[in-house]
Design a protein around this ligand. Sequence first.
Ligand SMILES: [Zn+2]
Ligand SMILES: [Zn+2]
Length: 421
Amino acid sequence: MIRTSPANMLVVCMCINLLLLQVVDSSNIDYGCTHLNDSWVVTGYSNIYDTEANIYRLSVDYTNNLIKVYSHGIPDYNRYFTASDITFLNSRPKKSSDFRSSSSTTKNAGDYVEFGEDIGFTTTGCSMGYWPPGPVCADAQTGTSAITSFTLLPAEEASTSGCYVGNSAQGLLVNGVALFGWSDTNSYNSAGIWHQTAISFEYYDFDICNGHAAMGLYHHHTYPPCLAEKLNDVGQGHSPIYGWIKDGFPIYGPYQSANTLAESCWKKRDYSASSSTGCGVSNKRTCVYNDPFDTTQGTKTVTSGPDTTATVTSLSGNIFTAVSGFYYEDYYYDSACGSSGGQYLNEYNGHDHDNLGFHYHFTIDTNSNPTFPYSMGVKFYGCITEDCFTSIPNHRRLDSVEDNSAPQLGFIQFLYFNLFN
Ligand SMILES: [Zn+2]
Ligand SMILES: [Zn+2]
C-alpha cells in the first residue's frame, strides 16, 4: 500500500473566502490509500462514444497531496431494461409528444440497452433518442474539463458561515460522472426565494439512470441507480464509495449496514394550519426558517411561494402539484435526529464511523426515492478552496431546461494547476 502521508501530519488548508490559515490534524484516515485502493473504476469499458475508459488515468502528487483524475465524463450504463423501467417510461404525462410514435418507448423489458442508444424519445438538438426532450445531449469531456483534482488531506471547513453547495459539478463519481447538488438553479417567479429542487422540477427530464446533461456535461443530482447496479450495491452491508466531493471527502451509497439505509435528518415542513413547521394557514408558503439548520431561531415572513395544493409547470412543460419538498425552503434540519447517531446523518448528510473517516451518503427512502439533500450538503462538511458560497448561490431563470452553468470539473486544479506542470 502506498502511504501518502505520515500519521498526524499537519496540513495547511487555505480557505480563500476568509484568507484563513487553518491547521488541522488529519490523523486517522489515509484518504490517499482510499482513493487508490477502494474507489476509482479504472477499466477499459467502452461506451457509445467508443472512447477510452471512463476513468482512464489517475496521477498522485505526493508533494502536494493531491490526486488528479482523468475522465471522459460518460458512464458505462449499458443495461437490461426492467419491467419497472418500461412502466416508468410509458407513464410519462407527456408521452404522446415525448415519444416519436405510439406514446411509448421502442424498448421492452429485458432488452439490452446501451447508454445513449435510441429508445424512441423525440429529442431535439440531439439525434440519439435516449434522452427525453429538453436537456442537451451528453458530450465526452476533453482537455482541462476532463481533469478533476482532489486533496488527499481533507479538513473540516472552519468558517462560521460554512460553504454552500453550488451549481455545476460538486464532485466526481467513481465511473467518471459529475455530481451536481440539489438545485436546478431556479426559484419561484425568479424571486430568489423558494429555490427549486432538481429532482422535483426535472423529474421527467432525467434519463432512465437519473442523469442528464448541462452544457454537454452529463451528471446526476441524486442517487444514481445505474451506478448502484454496476457496483452491485443492494444492501448487503455498508455501501461502497460512489464518488468524491470537491472538499476531498468521499460519498458512499445509501446503505449504513445490511438492509439498513443511512437516513437524512432533513425533514419536510408540514404546512397544515396547526403545524409548528408551517405558517399558520393551511397550505400557505408565507414564511421560512431564519436558519433551517437551527429551527429554534424561528421563522420570518417572506414573499409567498405557491400553495402546496397549487400546480406549477416545469421548463419542460410538465405540470406538478407543488407539495412540500419541491423547494429548498420546504426543509429543515432536525438536530434531535442528527444527534441520534447510527444511521442518522448530520447536517452535512454524512458521519464518521467504523474507521471510515468522515463520509457523505447518498440518501434514499425505502422505495429508492432520493431524500433531501440527496448527496452532500446543504453545506460542505469540508474546506472548500474555491467557490465558497456563504449563502445559496445566485439562481436565475433560464430560457431552456436545465442548470446551464458551465462545467467546472477542475475544482482544485484551478489553484494548483502550475504544480502539476
Ligand atoms: Zn456511513
Ligand atoms: Zn442537472
